[in-house]
Design a protein around this ligand. Structure first.
Ligand code: NDP
Length: 268
């Protein structure tokens, strides 16, 4: 007799921030596993494009506009998704963007906006979806964090603070949800090649990279691909009940270095 009823084979998924990057790749990967996915973001046409591709490949997908800074939009997105796909079993909160700035120079309204997207938006999603999961006594909540949460980087505006808040919220939820059947998990990406931060100018990026180097944050140039993070989310939600991947940090593997000289050195 298993300790837990296994998760159903078909688990409706909500992906917030699914129009590009990690969210889009995660929607595709979860659909490939046979889960129906609801894709939400402000650029709904891009969500429709990803959903069309999922359906063309034999999967089940639904796209709807979502702005995580707007409570009514979240409610509409979740209700429409549940009508289309059934009760949500997996929430992936991947919506985000970044505005680079030293803290002291950042307009407080812009600072607030970043916190709205990364922390308040994630909380609104959780608040909307969790009661149904609690009733069904099962579910996965996966929050996409950042390695800036444990190690804030200079000139990341409100981003590092908001992600640290997100991680605290997740850790708190994990304790509060103990024994409910719901797993609250963090996937913590390192540098990933997506659109995020790419609209910045050289005037902003130059000093930023200098400061990151000064503080030891630029070890090597390799970056992750969105599908690397999708694989981490898949691992979290596919872990059979009875175990919980609480935190998965994913970093890019460094380029292979020339070890011939090191070996030569050790022989001397
Ligand atoms: P992308 O820019 O490719 O994806 C971000 C997604 O968030 C887009 O789909 C965007 O859609 C959506 N989004 C932004 N604002 C809102 C909003 N207000 N409401 C709804 N959706 C929104 O970047 P990534 O894939 O890299 O980012 C995904 C997550 O990964 C973010 O939480 C980010 O902080 C995190 N991360 C990324 C890293 C990186 O190096 N790229 C490193 C560490 C963490 P739209 O604009 O259409 O609304």
């Amino acid at each position: 007799m298993p300790r837990f009823e296994p998760h159903p084979a078909r688990r409706p998924v909500l992906v917030a921030g699914a129009s590009s990057g990690i969210g889009a790749a995660t929607a595709v990967a979860l659909a490939e596993l046979g889960h129906p996915v609801a894709l939400g973001a402000r650029r709904v046409d891009q969500c429709v494009e990803v959903a069309d591709k999922i359906r063309a490949d034999g999967g089940e997908a639904f796209a709807h506009r979502l702005d995580v800074t707007d409570a009514a939009s979240i409610d509409e997105f979740v209700s429409a998704s549940e009508n289309a796909l059934g009760p949500i079993e997996i929430l992936v909160s991947s919506a985000g963007d970044i505005e680079f700035s030293p803290v002291g120079e950042m307009d407080p309204e812009r600072f607030l906006q970043q916190v709205q997207v990364h922390l308040i938006g994630a909380h609104r999603l959780v608040h909307r979806v969790l009661p149904g999961m609690v009733d069904r006594r099962r579910g996965d909540v996966v929050l996409i964090s950042s390695d800036c949460a444990p190690e804030p980087r200079p000139r990341t505006g409100a981003y590092s603070a908001a992600k640290a808040g997100l991680e605290a919220m997740s850790q708190q939820m994990r304790m509060e949800l103990e024994g409910t059947g719901i797993r609250a998990s963090l996937v913590r990406p390192g540098p990933t090649l997506t659109g995020m931060g790419m609209n910045s100018t050289p005037e902003i990026i130059g000093p930023l990279l200098g400061a990151w180097q000064d503080w030891g944050f630029a070890r090597h140039p390799n970056m992750l691909r969105p599908r690397d993070l999708a694989a981490a989310v898949v691992a979290v939600v596919s872990t059979p009940r009875g175990a919980h991947l609480v935190l998965v940090e994913v970093q890019p593997e460094a380029p292979l270095r020339d070890t011939s000289k090191e070996q030569g050195g050790s022989q001397q």
